[in-house]
Design a protein around this ligand. Sequence first.
Ligand SMILES: Nc1ncnc2c1ncn2[C@@H]1O[C@H](COP(=O)(O)OP(=O)(O)OP(=O)(O)O)[C@@H](O)[C@H]1O
Ligand SMILES: O=C(O)[C@H]1CSC(c2nc3ccc(O)cc3s2)=N1
Ligand SMILES: [Mg+2]
Length: 641
Amino acid sequence: MDPSERDNKLILSGTPEPVNVTEGCGSLGMFLMKRLMRHGDNVAVIDGVYSSELRYLELLEAGVRLAEGLRNEAGLRSGDVVGIISENRLEFPVALYASFFANAAVAPINLTYTEREFEHALNLSKPTILFLSPYSAERVIPVAGKHRHFIKHILLFGDENPFGPDVMLYDDFFLRTSAINPYYFQPEPTNVEEHVALIMCSSGTTGLPKGVQLTQRNVIASVSLLTMLEASFEVPTVVLSVIPWFHAFGCLTLINVICNKLKMVFLPKFEEGLFLSCIENYRCSFVFVVPPLMVFLAKHPLVDNYDLSSVNTLLCGAAPLSRETEILVRKRLGVKHILQGYGMSETTLAMLVQTNDSKKSGSVGKLQVGTMAKVVDISSGKLLGPNEPGELYFKGTQIMKGYIGNEKATAETIDQNGWLRTGDIGYYDEDGEFFIIDRLKELIKYKGFQVPPAEIEAILLTNPKIKDAGVVGIPDEAVGELPMAFVVKQPGANLTEQEVQRYVADRASPAKRLHGGVRFVAEIPKNVSGKILRRELRAMLKRQLSKLNFAKNVIVRHFSNGAQHPTAVREAYILTIPVMTAQHVCKRSTIRFQYCFWRAGVPFLTTGTRKDVSMGLTLQQLQHLVTSTTYSQYFIGRQCI
Ligand SMILES: Nc1ncnc2c1ncn2[C@@H]1O[C@H](COP(=O)(O)OP(=O)(O)OP(=O)(O)O)[C@@H](O)[C@H]1O
Ligand SMILES: O=C(O)[C@H]1CSC(c2nc3ccc(O)cc3s2)=N1
Ligand SMILES: [Mg+2]
């Protein structure tokens, strides 16, 4: 134990895990079988598209039969890796449980990956057996073909195999195996603390996905926690999940639902009408969502066409959900419980989760059972108390074993005392409820202020004319970075960049205003867990800025009153000059040009005699400068904005 932990008031602990929660669990396979044996023949999962069902007894019998078949027909051994590259479909839990019964590690992989990403993911986990969906096979098989030295069997879901003898239909393989009475099938015992159960690809938000190794102990612990939360299921529970099962949030909630004998409707992917009709038709009461789905429920007109009155609880995780969006959904749908949870692929499932009786608006909840937390000052490293933002660290039963094949990244993430550093900035209040501010890596540094993009995005989403938004920082030599927004307008909405800037300026402190301008786009790039891919927004910006240098003309707007941002400008002089000229003029003066985007993509530059730029040019100087050169014809005179 870390000496600083002893009696340290600044280290929070969730309720202690029940004594030895893995007691009697010789292995994850044994733990899961014991649960399934108790579930009888109830419906487990329902395909929300085809209404086909998998019952608990079927899952048990098929899982055992496939486990034995994989061992005898495909030579699967304990500790081998089984890859599953598929959308959510009925065969997925059977392949997942069969692998666990055989003490294999399962590597669910995102089926929408490109071939390059499949190459990366397959090299991380090196599966010996690969389950494929027809929707991924075309792209996976060429890549898998280069790695048959470790991929021994490829089993294809569905009823057509256009790929020849190298690939076998899953159904044909299954028919070659023989039925076994589950009561005679005994998963081998193993060391649950060390034995890897899942190799999850992290979302790749901050770089190439990492192979997160979750042990059998991690999975068992996460299941037991939900069992304790079961009390919060106030009504007969029908779960709806559109969270992909190749993501930690989706996969572990699938396992939790099955272990806790709930009934879950799933969808292969989010489709607006299907999502809403599933809730209405199956009377879903407990819906797992990610923030983009909450924004959809808050704003989309289609929602009014469906009866969603069965929804008792929405549980949102995996990315920031703003207080404003939560309130909009509650007002519109009247949902009794809107709960947030915070987790990472590295923490199996949630580290923090709200419950029916602890759910402050904007919070992500309190510590999970068996988990400890500390908040560390990002500059001094000292422990922080209530309401003091810092980096979140966690320790406990759900903390990953490490990144596969990457001891360096593991050591940088988990210290020798078992504390996992998250890279996320947050704080807890006097009641132990946590609030996430943003990722350390994503904070925008404006004049020394740390500006959380998620906060500005939350403000933008309250504007009824805005459908979605993503905020990044534009590098600026004078202030560091300028907050800039990419905005998706609601269909038919009439909205200008200036209105967007003014909307934020009226609701945020100066540092958090859109000094870098606004750019209207068709959509905000996000990954499957609803996280904004800000690195893609920065790449878009970079491309546009480089284009800017080749733009024929730009509009230069000059703040004549030392204004801090466009909306405060009472008057401005707009002149259109070639970019190279603008920069040339800049170089010969102390004008500071910041690139902004305005007027529907026609780039323009802002000069400014900011009070804090002591050598700033006055308008007259700029006018003289420009008119004294050969560019006077560009000067188009005074224009009030
Ligand atoms: N409720 C939440 N509110 C805000 N952020 C959240 C929440 N839940 C999860 N997150 C974010 O998601 C991250 C965990 O996501 P995940 O493990 O899926 O991969 P990633 O961190 O996005 O990707 P990568 O690690 O590959 O860059 C957390 O570190 C946190 O930044
Ligand atoms: O544990 C729970 O009840 C739910 C509440 S929200 C949640 C999350 N788990 C993960 C796992 C990985 C990840 O990247 C995000 C989340 S949110 N789990
Ligand atoms: Mg991460």
